[in-house]
Design a binder for this molecule. Structure first.
Ligand SMILES: Cc1cc2nc3c(=O)[nH]c(=O)nc-3n(C[C@H](O)[C@H](O)[C@H](O)COP(=O)(O)O)c2cc1C
Length: 162
């Protein structure tokens, strides 16, 4: 799992727990021995720990790949300072089927922390399905007070220590 920032956050080195303004990253997940890169958005650190949160669609290919091989590495590049952070760890897939109430609570919290527009994409077609135009997006209406939909999945990467 490898993430590369395409967004400038700070020109000087900062402790990781202060890097809360990140935007997009590129990730790789090794599945069946093959690396897979993908850009994802940093959604902050989980409260009271240093787990890195990423929102994703439960229908996307990465879910099966991560379940099969949950090890990953984040590579986070800061363009101004030319600094790179590589963070390895275990990725946890937290979807609506989780049996852990604390994880379900984290998922709900992350859901409400994202914009209504961002949430509405989980009501759209499955990722990877070709679309003719943007009409399917206009037709999607989401209740801002409604909790996470089935397709919404929270990923957390727990950095390896030392
Ligand atoms: C700027 C940018 C940001 C993205 N952010 C996310 C994200 O936060 N979560 C996500 O699942 N996919 C995100 N994507 C799409 C992924 O890179 C990827 O194409 C998608 O998740 C499907 O991957 P998969 O089929 O390998 O699972 C982003 C793409 C771009 C270009």
């Amino acid at each position: 799992f490898q993430l590369v920032s395409s967004h400038t956050i700070s020109p000087v080195p900062l402790p990781l727990d202060t890097l809360t303004d990140g935007r997009s990253f590129q990730a790789t997940v090794g599945a069946a021995g093959r690396p897979a890169n993908r850009t994802v958005v940093f959604r902050g650190f989980q409260e009271q720990c240093d787990k890195i949160q990423i929102n994703t669609d439960a229908r996307s290919n990465k879910i099966g790949e991560i379940r099969e091989w949950p090890l990953g590495e984040i590579c986070w590049y800061f363009t101004d300072s030319w600094e790179q952070f590589r963070i390895s760890g275990i990725i946890d897939v937290i979807d609506g089927s989780s049996l852990d109430p604390a994880k379900l609570q984290q998922r709900e919290k992350a859901w409400f922390a994202s914009s209504v527009k961002s949430r509405s994409q989980y009501l759209g077609q499955s990722p990877g399905v070709p679309v003719a135009n943007d009409d399917h997006i206009k037709d999607v209406h989401i209740d801002p007070s409604a909790g996470p939909v089935d397709a919404y999945c929270l990923l957390t990467l727990d950095p390896e220590k030392g």
